[in-house]
Design a protein around this ligand. Structure first.
Ligand code: HPA
Length: 280
């Protein structure tokens, strides 16, 4: 008997008791700089993560986590505002819990957004990048521990973790919106310190195009549960040693400036998804 499976069922029941009828088809995680994308939701309803039993809750004051539900056109979307990071002390499994909950509630497509530093030459602050694959250099995996086959397989295949079909929709949406979209490999480092120039040099040689401190545990858990994953990363700065001094304030300001383009890509993506075979 899996504690995780039972907890997810209890969390899902609590969400449905508070917000009857919510059944997201798409889960959307808003990373740094894309918080405003919650405005995409029509007829939104939301609840605090703190009000959901078993939910690990972010403690950073001023950033209360919420789950919001609504429609974008004909698609029902569940949005996580305020993701959890392993560098805050959460386990990888805990950071993935909100995604697992949205998948338990019905989401078959998971769209993750984040901020990252550019590693590949030519990526510039403010660029958007569709993630094609990842390097998990965090030393953590959300699937450590006993596996419950009701959630997914013991050894999930990650060869197509970032769904090529969904990536095509991101590309078409970006083209249509006139927002340039790069593609590349995202490396997850544990953080919270930014990398050293030597680490950025290493990452480039390893095949990374961008580096960040989130997302990978959520991708692994989503794939484990059979969801299709897309990931959109905002390149907020040149990696350490490739540009100026790194600061969180600059990262946030750049992400804020790029937000409008990201929201346009997301809106177009969801419209295309609705017009394709649907999220299923
Ligand atoms: N490194 C790691 N994480 C990041 C960066 C970076 O340069 N920029 C935004 N998130």
């Amino acid at each position: 008997m899996s504690v995780l499976f039972d907890r997810l069922q209890a969390s899902a029941a609590a969400v449905q008791a508070r917000l009857p009828g919510v059944a997201p088809e798409v889960a959307l995680v808003l990373g740094s700089g894309l918080a405003g994308a919650v405005q995409l939701l029509e007829d939104p309803v939301s609840l605090a993560l703190a009000d959901i039993p078993h939910m690990p809750t972010p403690s950073v004051s001023g950033h209360p986590g919420r789950l919001a539900f609504g429609r974008v056109g004909s698609i029902r979307v569940g949005v996580l505002q305020g993701r959890l990071h392993t560098y805050e002390g959460w386990t990888a499994a805990e950071t993935a819990y909100p995604i697992r909950l949205l998948v338990t509630l019905g989401a078959r497509v998971v769209v993750l957004t984040n901020a990252s530093g550019g590693v590949r030459e030519g990526l510039r602050a403010g660029d958007w990048m569709a993630v094609t694959d990842h390097l998990n250099l965090s030393g953590r995996n959300p699937l450590e521990g006993p596996n419950d086959p009701r959630l997914g397989p013991r050894f999930p295949d990650l060869s197509r973790a970032y769904d090529p079909g969904l990536r095509g929709l991101l590309r078409d949406a970006a083209d249509h919106a006139g927002v340039p979209l790069q593609e590349g490999v995202y490396a997850m480092m544990a953080g919270p310190s930014y990398e050293t120039p030597a680490e950025i040099h290493m990452l480039r040689r390893l095949g990374a195009d961008a580096v960040g401190m989130s997302t990978v545990p959520e991708v692994i858990a989503a794939v484990h549960m059979g969801a299709r994953v897309a990931c959109l990363s905002c390149i907020t700065n040149a990696g350490a040693g490739l540009g100026g001094i790194l600061s969180h304030a600059d990262v946030e300001a750049t992400a804020q400036g790029a937000q409008e383009g990201g929201v346009r890509i997301l809106r177009g993506f969801l419209e295309l998804l609705a017009g394709s075979s649907g999220p299923g």
